[in-house]
Design a protein around this ligand. Structure first.
Ligand SMILES: [Zn+2]
Length: 101
């Protein structure tokens, strides 16, 4: 017999109702994701997306290096903020459930 987290949740933990729901939905069953209890799995970070994030981070770092050597304090501060933002985006992409700080 199949096990379905969604039907179990819909049955409110009532075992008889659960069995009825499974039978009712036999012809048109829940998706494998629903059956596992994850209707919307978190998006995975692709290699291309990671490359883009790393490119942005590398760009921000090199701009910061340039600003340190050649520019005013104001431009330097903006460059630091850009590096922090690029870094935070990577942290968030790699671990979407944690705050980047
Ligand atoms: Zn189901």
């Amino acid at each position: 017999m199949s096990i379905c987290e969604k039907c179990w949740a819909d049955a409110g933990g009532n075992h008889e109702l659960y069995l009825e729901l499974l039978k009712e939905r036999e012809a048109n069953p829940c998706t494998p994701e629903q059956q596992k209890g994850h209707a919307e799995p978190p998006a995975r970070l692709t290699a291309d997306a990671l490359d883009d994030l790393l490119d942005a981070y590398a760009g921000a770092l090199s701009h910061l290096a340039w600003a340190r050597a050649n520019s005013t304090v104001g431009v330097h501060a903006v460059a630091v903020a850009a590096v922090c933002e690029a870094r935070a985006k990577i942290v968030k992409a790699v671990n979407p459930h944690e705050d980047a700080s």
